[in-house]
Design a binder for this molecule. Structure first.
Ligand code: NAD
Ligand code: TYD
Length: 354
């Protein structure tokens, strides 16, 4: 049995679905169901023995304590977070409340439970913290990729709040001996990603005949990781990661944003051709994100050498699967694009002159 925070979000839902698909016996999902949380993503598991969903906040110490006593998970996998950089620019408060204070309250509840466990269970227990490469800041074109010892230099309120949560996890291991492991991964993409992030936003805007808003000059680089490969890495770190360690997880797929958008357009031209012309005609350069990090790149040699993990998907294969999933999943897409979604699109894009 595992306790998964944020299991109704993009990566968390993929992880829980994979967990059962790989033979996992049980999972309790604790999720607040913010705008980014979606129970519909977990629908294939509804009613399945061993699957439990609880709507609640990671900062609710009493609730977390109750769930730990009731279900006795051998691990807590901590995905819950406010995760979108642009939202952290418009409203950083929620990022501090969930990513920093929420992680602190969760750690406190877990520490209280873990310290009272019998020795054998205490030894087998794990707290796995899911973090991001954005804590390392921005790379120049020729800089070496981020490795585990790269100094932290977060640039957005999102990255700073995640950096703070990483430090708390580290301190709980160092000070209290809590058996933690942390993963810092690059940009994920794949099924069930909320369409505020680059790849699903571009797929859906393209299909709707709307502009494809590329920030700045479109030359920013991200290192794309297919979500299924990330879930595999997390299972690997959970099983064999060394306590107190951090592992960088990346797909070795550095791509410029404009090339990402053009690849999506080319796939749609093939999979959903239109008489009206090619999708790339909708690309529109818009005002840049303030403080926009230029380049992220992960050096995954530690997880590869120590734990034998390797990504299976290339960007070409993973992007094709992703575009096909959004084409096939019209009901899921309809449900997430509610009034709150439309408000966010208005907030983020109205002021960006083309
Ligand atoms: P997401 O925004 O899709 O999902 C976050 C989930 O957390 C949602 O279901 C939301 O309802 C839940 N949540 C938010 N606040 C909560 C709270 N206070 N209590 C309980 N639940 C709460 O995020 P994601 O893309 O799935 O990211 C998951 C984790 O991976 C995050 O910690 C994120 O920082 C990290 N990460 C994501 C990426 C990426 O590319 N998506 C890359 C690196 C790291
Ligand atoms: P995003 O998916 O928000 O992830 P992150 O900021 O965590 O890397 O954005 C990925 C890249 O795409 C980033 O460089 C910003 C850029 N971007 C656009 O150019 N246009 C958009 O509409 C969005 C949402 C992102």
């Amino acid at each position: 049995m595992i306790l998964v925070t944020g299991g109704a979000g993009f990566i968390g839902a993929n992880f829980v679905l994979d967990w059962f698909a790989q033979g996992g016996a049980g999972a309790v999902v604790l999720d607040k169901l913010t705008y980014a949380g979606n129970r519909h993503s977990l629908r294939p598991l509804e009613g399945r023995p061993g699957f439990h969903f609880v709507q609640g906040d990671i900062a609710d110490h009493a609730l977390v304590g109750r769930l730990l006593v009731e279900h006795r998970p051998h691990a807590v996998l901590h995905f819950a977070a406010e995760s979108h950089v642009d939202r952290s620019i418009h409203g950083p408060g929620e990022f501090i409340r969930t990513n920093l204070v929420g992680t602190f309250e969760l750690l406190e509840a877990v520490r209280a439970h873990w310290s009272a466990l019998p020795a054998a269970e205490r030894g087998a227990f794990r707290f796995l913290h899911v973090s991001t490469d954005e804590v390392f800041g921005s790379l120049g074109e020729h800089d070496p990729a981020f490795h585990e010892a790269t100094p932290y230099a977060p640039n957005s309120p999102y990255a700073a709040s995640k950096a703070g949560s990483d430090h708390l996890v580290r301190a709980y291991h160092h000070t209290y001996g809590l058996p933690t492991v942390t993963t810092n991964c690059s940009n994920n993409y794949g099924p069930y990603q909320f369409p505020e992030k680059l790849i699903p936003l571009m797929i859906l805007n393209a299909l709707d005949g709307k502009p494809l808003p590329v920030y700045g000059d479109g030359q920013n680089v991200r290192d794309w990781l297919y979500v299924g490969d990330h879930c595999d890495a997390i299972r690997t770190v959970l099983a064999r990661g060394r306590l107190g360690e951090t592992y960088n997880v990346g797909g070795k797929n550095e791509v410029r944003n404009l090339d990402v958008v053009q690849s999506i357009c080319a796939l749609l031209d093939e999979l959903r051709p239109r008489a009206a012309g090619r999708y790339a005609g909708q690309i529109a350069f818009v005002a840049d994100r303030p403080g926009h990090d230029r380049r992220y790149a992960i050096d995954p040699r530690k997880i590869e050498a120590e734990l034998g993990w390797r990504p299976r998907e290339t960007f070409t294969t993973g992007l094709r699967r992703t575009v096909q999933w959004y084409l096939d999943s019209t009901e899921w897409v309809q449900r997430v694009r509610d009034g709150r979604y439309r408000e966010w699109i208005e907030t983020n894009y109205a002021g960006r002159a083309q």
